[in-house]
Design a protein around this ligand. Structure first.
Ligand code: EPU
Length: 425
């Protein structure tokens, strides 16, 4: 385990290039299971979760190679695949659940270990399973596994209404529906750009999907799909994190390979906080020339404000002028990191899914611990402006969402080093 040691106070200036979205790449790798043959996916970030997903696909019978240099994964899918996703892999990465839909679609069955809760909340699967049941599958919870069987002859198209536009449930049902019999309508579907990315890859593979990018997806089942070559959508959360990095440090950062449309609400909030944003053809430039003004944020499914940028905005508000209310509507435990942020002197009070932040003129460096990817990013951003030294522990969480975060920060002028965690005993 490593730590980041940060000396606060540097203004970040320069240019960064954003790679493909983690939360899309992992699902696109699962999509590959739907078509025998060779799938090639570009702009796949070099993170541990990609290694875990590659291993999971290998256990299902695929051969997988990943080049960190070209950020390309090649997946050779055999005619016959296994249908069991073991606990030892699933427990390491919740996104493993993305194989559920493709396995039922391809093999008529799936045994997928239950991922369990994690540091940001309980994260249920009820909408995934209820949707599959509506399509005729039987679902049982046996010995820690979700055991799913499609009816003889395959899944049957139907109308599924999601109680909530869940990203994961939309993906599972979409991947299950593309080769089902007849028409499946996914109503109240999630509209995240990563879902559209999956739809676009599926369309290229020969799937029939209407309503891409909307909350009503109509999927007409086809008998088979063909493998394709696809490039992952740019990571809007990484791009948004760089935008906050500029705003919090009074910096000037040009973010390349970002899709500004996917960040409309985020950039708008940063303008409200006092930043100047220049829209470029391949991203944006963001400058901040004064102390930020506190901004209220309410997390909601896309196109609402992303929960994955909530901790970064709490960090920004903690040094802003004035007070802000941040409301978290997606994950019940996503304020857990606030306790760590308080160690830097931030003044944050939480009550249920609301956090009230009173901006301080200065934070004070201290040891803190990253509890998940985005909490870790928020703590690093706070450390960049805290007076003195901040040590962020458990950076393996941050590594799961940000490739070479400390190297990129250093290149922008931050004083940050990675060190092995000090051993006490
Ligand atoms: N939920 C249920 N039942 C379900 C499905 C979801 O109760 O059947 C609940 C969850 O417990 C959660 C809420 O609905 O409280 C939202 O869950 P959703 O399914 O939308 O999210 P997810 O698929 O589990 C993905 C990302 C998250 C991101 C959310 C929301 C991946 C691997 N994860 O999670 O990313 O925050 O969508 O946009 O794609 C991250 O990258 O740090 C991260 C946590």
């Amino acid at each position: 385990m490593d730590v980041f040691r940060i000396q606060g106070g540097a203004r970040l200036v320069g240019e960064v290039h954003v790679t493909g979205a983690k939360n899309s790449s992992l699902k696109l790798m699962a999509v590959a299971l739907l078509a025998p043959g060779k799938t090639v996916i570009h702009a796949v970030p070099n993170i541990l979760d990609v290694t875990i997903m590659a291993e999971l696909l290998r256990r299902l019978g695929c051969s997988v190679t990943y080049s960190a240099e070209t950020e390309t994964v090649e997946i050779e899918v055999p005619e016959t695949i296994e249908h069991r996703a073991d606990y030892d892999l699933v427990r390491r990465m919740r996104a493993s659940i993305a194989v559920l839909g493709p396995l039922v679609a391809r093999t008529g069955a799936a045994d997928v270990a239950l991922p369990g809760g994690d540091a940001i909340g309980s994260r249920g699967l009820d909408m995934h399973t209820a949707g599959l049941e509506r399509m005729g599958a039987t679902v049982a919870n046996e010995h820690g596994y979700l055991v799913v069987h499609a009816p003889d002859g395959g899944l049957i198209g139907t109308h599924v209404y999601l109680d909530f536009p869940s990203v994961g449930a939309t993906e599972t049902l979409l991947m299950a529906a593309v080769t089902a019999n007849g028409v499946t309508v996914i109503d109240n579907a999630a509209r995240e750009p990563e879902i559209s990315d999956i739809c676009n890859m599926l369309l290229a593979m020969g799937a029939q999907i209407d309503g891409v990018g909307t909350s009503l997806l109509t999927v007409t089942g086809v008998s088979s799909l063909r493998p394709v070559e696809h490039t992952t959508v740019s990571d809007r959360i990484v791009a948004g994190t760089w935008a906050v990095a500029a705003a919090i440090t009074g910096g000037d950062i040009t973010v390349r390979n970002a899709n500004n449309e996917h960040l409309s609400i985020v950039l708008e909030k940063l303008i409200t906080a006092g930043a100047e944003v220049e829209i470029l053809s391949d991203g944006f430039r963001i400058q901040m020339n004064r102390r930020p003004t506190a901004v209220d944020v309410v997390t909601l499914p896309y196109p609402g404000f992303p929960t994955d940028l909530q901790p970064q905005f709490i960090a920004l508000n903690s040094i802003a002028e004035g007070s802000a209310m941040v409301t978290e509507n997606l994950f019940e435990a996503r304020f857990r990191f606030v306790q760590e942020l308080s160690r830097l002197g931030a003044e944050v009070r939480t009550d249920g899914h609301h956090a009230l932040i009173r901006g301080r003129s200065q934070l004070s460096g201290a040891p803190v611990e990253a509890t998940d990817i985005r909490a870790g990013a928020g703590l690093v951003l706070a450390g960049l402006v805290a007076e003195g030294e901040t040590t962020v522990h458990a950076v393996e969480h941050i590594d799961r969402g940000y490739v070479g975060f400390e190297e990129q920060l250093s290149a922008l002028g931050a004083i940050i080093v990675r060190e092995p965690s000090p051993q006490i005993f």
